[in-house]
Design a protein. Structure first.
Length: 505
């Protein structure tokens, strides 16, 4: 493998033995699939859609170095723990690199964890190991009327009831979508090389501008974040992106524009966009349409169309595009020091064993951190398929290998048969989660911080040359405090090295 460390929020490439370590859009199992391409009358409600999610009480487990478990301390936990300050039903929860967001039924947003780039939306850079309310733009009052949230790398997103998007946190690549790579705040970090005026952020929510750079982006029905770019799905089924574009992750047919960002003096400028741009269609013709869900990982993005097919674009350095052979297109990144396989326009994910294409998919997931290097897909028959990096067993196919460029099916507990009756999925930094119809939660992959939720951080298997605790097959998450098994779950979320779940009250 060739990934070593992160500079700021970018990846530096080199020899590596181990990698550390979602936005999940869930569709109805057994949804009817269009026999032909959707008509011009298509609307998201005609394809796979996110069903109403019952609110639940919030539980977290895994790494807690920056307080990302929201427990009021910084102790890791290998079993689910209820968040003390959120003792009322939560309608959605999202875990990112080192922080989390929770959405109340009244449209307020709580945040906790790392805050070095203002990603908690509190108006400062102070970490919080217990939930705090996200402030409103300008810092007066609190963010309200929110319908969806997304915790990403070192930034956050929220969607309101009017279809407008708010962002806060890091902005060195224009990932706040404000039309500029300037402030309004200065957020130097210890990872800056060196700290300087390029460390720009917003410690409070700001509005994403329209495509022209004027007004606000409107008509948005879903949001997702990638490592350093963001995605918005509009009601007409199109996808809009903004942020860095060094690997073609904006999906606009080029990796060198439409703008240039140069936050580090010792690295060349790279393509970026500080305002939303529309993702191109297959082959670069027209625009990608009929999309019902989107997700982002490390320098690549994923989209699910209404016909149950999956499309990817961006970096293919770790086989995350799901192609039978590496993309012939190359993108040069100064952070890699070389050109790497990529696709600057959407390509369709190949089917298992390289035959045809992956079909009948109802949900997709990828983790929006620099370590989010695998993709998960849920089929209408309740089975799970995954591809990308597999050094920690995160693909759940019973093996630990460099990567798998084709979708492989997740095996069942103890490696017997295949995992079935899955209703939602969540890809973490080096681990994966699945929620079954009976309300149980199953995990697999890395377990060095207890993120599998099985009561230890030592096994059950060992992966990579660094002897990293992991599981190559699904294991069941324990109940709250380690008693029994977790049941009654209504939603799950996987971060870089921590996890969260909502349980019916």
């Amino acid at each position: 493998m060739v990934r070593t460390f992160i500079s700021g929020s970018r990846v530096i490439w080199g020899t590596r033995a181990k990698m550390a370590c979602a936005v999940v859009a869930v569709a109805s199992i057994g949804a009817a699939w269009p026999a032909t391409e959707a008509s011009a009358q298509w609307h998201p409600s005609s394809g796979p859609h996110q069903p109403p999610i019952q609110s639940g009480l919030a539980f977290t487990w895994g790494n807690n170095a920056t307080g990302e478990l929201g427990q009021g301390n910084n102790r890791d936990s290998s079993v689910p723990l209820a968040i003390p300050e959120l003792n009322w039903p939560i309608s959605a929860i999202s875990t990112g690199t080192d922080g989390s967001l929770a959405l109340t039924r009244r449209g307020r947003v709580w945040s906790w964890g790392g805050n070095d780039q203002g990603q908690l939306g509190t108006g400062n850079q102070q970490d919080h190991n217990a939930p705090v309310l996200v402030k409103a733009p300008g810092g007066r009052g609190y963010l309200s009327r929110i319908t969806a949230v997304s915790s990403t790398n070192v930034a956050s997103e929220a969607l309101n009831a009017d279809g407008n998007v708010f962002t806060w946190g890091d902005n060195i690549w224009g990932q706040l979508g404000t039309g500029t790579v300037d402030g309004p705040d200065h957020c130097p970090t210890s990872m800056s090389q060196p700290p300087g005026p390029s460390d720009v952020c917003s410690k409070l929510p700001v509005s994403v501008v329209g495509a022209s750079g004027q007004g606000t982006l409107s008509g948005v029905v879903a949001i997702a974040g990638s490592n350093d770019d963001d995605l918005a799905l509009r009601s007409d089924g199109t996808v809009w992106t903004w942020g860095i574009n060094d690997s073609g992750q904006l999906g606009i047919g080029t990796h060198s524009g439409p703008q240039e960002c140069k936050p580090y003096t010792h690295f060349a400028a790279v393509g970026c966009s500080a305002k939303p741009v529309e993702v191109a269609g297959p082959g670069g013709k027209g625009v990608l349409n009929h999309v019902v869900a989107a997700a982002g990982g490390a320098d690549f993005d994923v989209a699910l169309r209404a016909d149950g097919t999956v499309w990817t674009w961006g970096s293919d350095a770790f086989a995350d595009l799901g192609q039978a052979s590496p993309s012939p297109e190359r993108c040069f990144s100064p952070f890699a020091g070389d050109s790497l396989p990529c696709s600057t326009v959407p390509v369709q994910v190949t089917g298992p064993s390289g035959a045809g294409h992956l079909t009948h998919i109802t949900a997709i997931s990828a983790e929006p951190s620099a370590n989010g290097l695998h993709v998960m897909a849920l089929r209408s028959d309740g089975t799970v398929w995954s591809w990308g990096v597999d050094d920690l067993g995160q693909l759940g196919n019973g093996k630990s290998e460099e990567f798998d460029n084709l979708p492989s099916q997740v095996v069942g507990p103890n490696g017997q048969g295949h995992l079935q009756h899955v209703v939602s999925i969540a890809a973490g930094g080096g681990f994966s989660m699945a929620r079954l119809a009976d309300g149980s939660i199953w995990t697999w992959g890395e377990n060095s911080s207890g993120q599998l939720g099985i009561g230890n951080a030592t096994g059950p298997s060992v992966c990579t040359s660094e002897h990293t605790p992991c599981s190559l097959v699904p294991v069941q998450v324990k109940g709250a405090g380690g008693t029994g098994k977790f049941s009654g779950s209504v939603a799950i979320s996987a971060g870089q090295e921590h996890a969260a779940a909502l349980r019916a009250p």
